[in-house]
Design a protein around this ligand. Sequence first.
Ligand SMILES: Nc1ncnc2c1ncn2[C@@H]1O[C@H](COP(=O)(O)OP(=O)(O)OP(=O)(O)O)[C@@H](O)[C@H]1O
Ligand SMILES: [Mg+2]
Length: 240
Amino acid sequence: MAKSIAQFENVGLRYGTGAETLSDISFTLDEGGFYFLTGPSGAGKTSLLKLLYLALRPSRGLIRLFDEDVVTLPRGRLPGFRRRIGVVFQDFRLVPHLSAFDNIALPLRVSGVEEKDLFEPVSEMLAWVGLADRSSARPATLSGGEQQRVAIARAVIGRPEILVADEPTGNVDPEMAARLLHLFDGLNKLGTTLVVATHDVHLLSRVANAAMIRIDGGRLSDPTGLLKNPPREPRRRRDS
Ligand SMILES: Nc1ncnc2c1ncn2[C@@H]1O[C@H](COP(=O)(O)OP(=O)(O)OP(=O)(O)O)[C@@H](O)[C@H]1O
Ligand SMILES: [Mg+2]
């Protein structure tokens, strides 16, 4: 049986004093799984991802990550957990005055990797996302799809165990969306657990073994069905 990497139990989230934005959210993510999180605009996808990557704490319920209760985790231990989760934000959040190279290098610099040891891994990531020739470009001079790929490279360079991507194909054409998905699929095959929020129903059919988590109005729309683990048969290439 697959090992679980994240568990939500009866999680609720309230911003301020209003009604709950998320209610009664329970699911389990298996290590190595590929999950799409879908639902209409305002359903609570970004909010749910923020709970998962520890940017927010729930108002109620239990969240376990990597076998530990993260709701009661002491603040000092949060950075250690966050390093194990890569995030591609809905709005990229690239640092405007830094080049593509330096944006991608950021997580390594933060974790104390020496300058002489940066070139190789960052160049490898630039090549992986097809931007080897844009290394010195600043975000403002890159197209939306190129910025998105820099954001993906930055999220992946620290070799996270979970990669969370919020609408990673929101700003790109269908061909680029397929390329990005191919990168995610490759990462997933190397063992990274993927959680991808998207409106794009075409994407959902492109990953053979992906499971779908659907929320609507802050609740899971199929609280039983989506908990099933994706089947683990060998995959066929979609494009052959
Ligand atoms: N910081 C906040 N404070 C108060 N309300 C918020 C905050 N962030 C989100 N919300 C509200 O929570 C609800 C869910 O928002 P969320 O961003 O999670 O939706 P979403 O499914 O990601 O939408 P989209 O598809 O448009 O990105 C919305 O009604 C939104 O207005
Ligand atoms: Mg969102």
